[in-house]
Design a protein around this ligand. Structure first.
Ligand code: PGA
Length: 254
């Protein structure tokens, strides 16, 4: 049986009202669609309402961020247990924009991962990827290895824990600079080779999915989906149009 691909919609921009409209349209469009697993990640302020609109549908909810502490409260931060309460099934960790704007580093991403693993039932989507300079200098594989070691090196997983690694070359996020899908696939394969070295073949192949993110749209989705190693896509800009999101999900599943 063909494995379902994962499509993560990262809704960064829409306002509260726009997010509600989007969620309603996504609910209609995806009513009978189960060729791919679809997750929408709205802004925190829209999580509950989006969850309500999409309840009992095939579309799952994720968050764009989490706080790494449970016990010590921190003003303005949301811990993993609260995301679970809001029915989040996924959470994006260490998105490049957060790394740039809030100086999030691998250590913080690791702490976030640990707190997510503690509450269980939430799948972390761990973002890694190289800069343009690193890519040009042929350092991509080294950078990916280092990020995997730093964030996942000594992580402890239960047998059932699912984990997603999102390979997003920084130079392709929100830029329209589309990477050659074969190049993305080779990076994803490098990630999988490293994961297998740390966690073994069996666990890696059954519990990890490695997806690609960066300027994905309905025109290029099929090329990414057709690659040997890519298990899905994370989509920003293009995911804010429900028709486009639906086409991406269809194309990637072909
Ligand atoms: P993009 O965003 O699809 O607009 O490039 C991807 C992302 O949020 O990582």
């Amino acid at each position: 049986m063909k494995k379902q691909k994962l499509v993560v919609a990262n809704w960064k921009r829409p306002t509260i009202r726009e997010t509600e409209e989007l969620a309603k349209r996504v609910r209609e469009k995806f009513e009978f669609f189960d060729d791919a697993e679809v997750v929408v990640c709205p802004n925190n302020i829209s999580l509950l309402e989006t969850g309500r609109i999409l309840s009992n549908s095939l579309v799952k909810i994720g968050a764009q961020n989490v706080y790494w502490e449970e016990k010590n409260p921190c003003t303005g931060e949301i811990p993993a247990s609260m995301l679970l309460e809001a029915n989040c099934r996924y959470v994006i960790l260490g998105h490049h924009e957060r790394r740039i704007v809030f100086n999030e580093n691998d250590e913080m991403v690791k702490a976030k991962l640990t707190s997510v693993l503690r509450v269980r039932d939430i799948v972390p989507i761990i973002c890694i990827g190289e800069t343009w300079e690193e890519f040009k200098a042929d350092r991509r594989d080294y950078v990916l290895l280092e990020q995997i070691q730093n964030i996942l090196g000594d992580a402890q997983f239960s047998d059932k824990q699912q984990i997603v690694v999102n390979y997003s070359p920084i130079w392709a996020i929100g830029t329209g600079n589309v990477i050659d899908p074969a190049e993305a696939d080779s990076a994803v394969e490098v990630v999988k080779i490293n994961l297998r070295e740390v966690f073994g073949y069996k666990f890696t192949d059954s519990n990890f999915r490695v997806i690609y993110g960066g300027s994905v749209n309905s025109e290029n989705a099929r090329d990414f989906g057709g690659q040997a190693s890519i298990d899905g896509v994370l989509v920003g800009g293009a995911s804010q149009d429900p028709d486009e999101l639906f086409k991406i999900a269809e194309e990637i599943s072909k």
